[in-house]
Design a protein around this ligand. Sequence first.
Ligand code: GDP
Ligand code: MG
Length: 373
Amino acid sequence: YESLSVGELAKKLGREPSEIIKKLFMLGVMATINQELDQDAIELICADYGVEVEEEVRIDATDLDTYFEEDENENTADIKERPPVVTIMGHVDHGKTTLLDSIRNTKVTEGEAGGITQHIGAYQVVVQGKKITFLDTPGHAAFTTMRARGAKITDLTILVVAADDGVMPQTIEAINHAKAAEVPIIVAVNKMDKQTANPDRVMQELTEHGLVPEAWGGDTIFVPISALSGEGIDQLLEMILLVSEVGELKANPKRHAIGSVIEAQLDKGRGSVATLLVQNGTLNVGDPIVVGHTYGRVRAMVNDLGRRVKSAGPSTPVEITGLNEVPQAGDRFVVFEDEKTARQVGEARESTAIQEMRTEKQRVTLDNLFEQM
Ligand code: GDP
Ligand code: MG
């Protein structure tokens, strides 16, 4: 209890208030029946009666961010390297989708013959024995929600620029997003197979925007590729690993999972279906979980290959079912020790969400009123 009055404490302990007041007096505290007692005083009195104060779980239900803060008591031996999470950005038609498909097809299907890959908004590939996670969502959308919610999801961004088209408005937008989020950029100069490809022009134009190639004394990695033919993609993947190593990406697979929603929707048969990116810890089937303003227990998990899995470690995307409502892309999730706590936090968050919606509605109605005047 944060605070109780003398009278309330007496009632809880089944004693007369006068007795409590006397005890307090002995402890050097002058108190009246309505006086508020602090935690220390309450504990002292309770200890005197041989009553243990049950620590009430105080939960900041409005803010899941606190669970993302560094845990100082973490065992450093448990902290391990984790795969990088990569997004692809660039101007429309410069080849983002083709590149994502190309990487996925060349790497995922190896040894996965016959495995139908399922779209869950993110996938993992293995390069030289190391995993890389790609977010399959439009880079801009991912960054916009990330920025709006202050969550960091991506470790690295691939800026795709078509060599036959050069820097375009959305290229600049992408650079600004990545810079604001302090996410390193690797430039993929795409469509190198085209006769009209002019990579020098791309380098020149990007230099004007602060991305200076290593060949010109800068520190930005440029990789010429053809998403269509597959040329240069291996080099691009190697560069991703190189930049990731410099970033020293770490996580603790032994803690409860935390992470973010990549996408979510309502499925007729399965109910709320959400693709989550585990950012730290390990997510397990059966885990009590709060996701944005929704909550539940992880009922089933499916990986990017459409296979059922029981657990998912850091940087792994998985699709889960078992939530009471559909969360939003960019929402954060936190796994709790027990279902009771998850439900408490979940319900509190759900009701704040409803309240917020109500205020929003009221505000809109007022605005409408002003419009009519
Ligand atoms: P997005 O809008 O950035 O996702 O671009 P898309 O991946 O949809 O590609 C737009 C068009 O460019 C499509 O017709 C692709 O086939 C084509 N394209 C993409 N990459 C290459 C490439 O490396 N070479 C050539 N010649 N065409 C490409
Ligand atoms: Mg596309």
